[in-house]
Design a protein around this ligand. Structure first.
Ligand code: SF4
Length: 92
């Protein structure tokens, strides 16, 4: 059984992979100690999780996110934002 030292999970990021929407999984234990590190608060400590459990959880999260696109209100919100108008949500 393989385990990883989990720091945090960002279910949806639009800044970590240029041009793509991605889930980001942060792991603890980086030894470099860069002074500009934006993740210093999660580098130390331990939170070991089974890799298979992490994969199952991330797959479930990805499924939930992909289902969001089935809601018309989500597309209406994005379209309204792009068109600089108020959205007309219908609960669909
Ligand atoms: S920025 Fe932080 S996570 Fe990245 S290499 Fe440096 S110490 Fe490690």
């Amino acid at each position: 059984m393989v385990s990883v030292n989990l720091g945090d999970i960002v279910p949806v990021s639009t800044i970590d992979w240029r041009g793509k929407t991605a889930m980001v999984i942060f792991l603890r234990g980086c030894p470099l100690n860069c002074i500009y590190c934006q993740n210093a608060q999660i580098l130390a400590g331990s939170n070991y999780v089974n890799l298979e459990d992490l994969e199952a959880a991330s797959n479930a999260e990805a499924d939930k996110f992909s289902n969001l696109w089935n809601y018309r209100d989500l597309m209406e919100g994005i379209t309204a934002f792009n068109e600089r108008r108020r959205p007309e949500f219908k609960g669909e």
